[in-house]
Design a protein around this ligand. Structure first.
Ligand code: HPA
Ligand code: ZN
Length: 347
């Protein structure tokens, strides 16, 4: 009797993968938000979890960010950042994530008087627990808030420099429109001079020109989102030619109305053009779910075959900021998973 090959969705949900675009503050579930609010004596501007969840109806990136920053006010102690990270890693591991490169926004916390070291210590406690409990490797990417002036971001970098060995890379997030990458060229030059890879959100709500700026002026090694690249054939061709990884977040893009429906998402066009696409969850507590939920939504809209899912997972490992031997090990696990499922995958 020949075994029946699993369907592409089951394969995709179970396959080992990396997550490269996840804001840890965006993994704050309403239940944990209210628990931390009680623990810290912080008042949220919502009566209860149901009222908070009811506010998750966004019409733009900014409408989301306003709520996201308000909820982050419950994160105060080292234990809070640890609990948040452990909760994320448990959910990610259940979705097959074996490596996570996690964004954090220190300016959101230091502006409220939470010391940088408290944030970093707590996140690292969580990473250590995630590694011990689920074998997930985790790294931290410090993001600068682009709605703030570059001088304030330089001050945040100065605060981070004593801890530089504990920061894996730097990124740029928050309100994209009106805050082009060009405003942060000097800041990112300094990050690169510190020996760190840099990434930037670009082409989420902003135009394809912001993607070019992120590459040319910031030296970005990956583009976060980049989904509007399809509006400029030259930008899209360049991304494909140079193998620039895109950390695409499908549920985020539909929840923030970058695309009206998943069927209208540019993901198939990006893949058809040969872009190095990875799938990620961005702010899973706010956008309807973790990586598994993103995979389900994509599969419901596009019905990808096993080879496409293999490519997406392989891209996630190739795009990671990790030593070559670690990447080869992860890709070996991916190949073994598909071989054990009886699904041949071409390179
Ligand atoms: N875009 C920009 N900034 C963010 C996001 C996002 O999707 N999530 C958290 N900060
Ligand atoms: Zn993001």
């Amino acid at each position: 009797m020949t075994a029946v090959a699993p369907d592409p969705l089951s394969l995709a949900l179970g396959m080992p993968k990396a997550e490269l675009h996840l804001h840890i503050e965006g993994s704050l579930e309403p239940e944990l938000a209210f628990a931390l609010a009680r623990r810290n004596g912080v008042t949220l501007p919502y009566a209860d979890e149901a009222a908070l969840k009811a506010a998750y109806a966004f019409d733009s990136l900014q409408s989301f960010l306003d709520l996201y920053y308000a909820c982050a006010s419950v994160l105060v102690t080292r234990a809070d950042f640890r609990d948040l990270t452990v909760a994320y890693l448990g959910r990610a591991a259940a979705d097959g994530v074996i490596h996570a490169e996690i964004f954090f926004d220190p300016q959101t916390h230091t502006a409220r008087g939470v010391p940088f070291a408290t944030v970093l210590d707590g996140l690292e406690d969580g990473l250590a627990e995630g590694a011990a409990r689920w074998g997930v490797s985790g790294r931290l990417i410090m993001c600068f808030l682009r709605h703030l002036p570059e001088e304030e971001c330089f001050a945040a970098l100065a605060e981070a420099e004593p801890f530089i060995d504990r920061i894996h890379a730097f990124g740029l997030d928050s309100s994209e429109r009106g805050h082009p990458p060009s405003q942060f060229a000097r800041l990112f030059a300094r990050c690169r001079a510190l020996g760190k890879p840099v990434v930037a959100h670009a082409g989420e709500e902003g135009p394809p020109a912001y993607i070019s700026e992120a590459l040319d002026l910031l030296g970005a090694r990956r583009i976060d989102h980049g989904v509007r690249a399809v509006e400029d054939a030259a930008v899209l061709a360049r991304l494909a030619r140079d193998g620039v990884p895109l950390t695409v977040c499908p549920l985020s893009n539909t929840r923030l109305c970058v695309f009206r429906t998943m069927a209208e998402h540019s993901l198939p066009q990006l893949l058809a053009a040969g872009a190095k696409v990875t799938l990620n969850s961005d702010d899973p507590a706010y956008f309807g779910g973790y990586l598994g939920a993103n995979i389900r939504a994509v599969q419901a809209a596009f019905g990808f075959d096993a080879a496409t899912w293999y490519r997406l997972a392989r891209n996630s490992f190739e795009a990671a900021f990790a030593p070559d031997d670690a990447k080869a090990g992860w890709i070996g696990r991916l190949d073994a998973y598909f071989a054990a499922a009886g699904v041949p995958v071409g390179r």
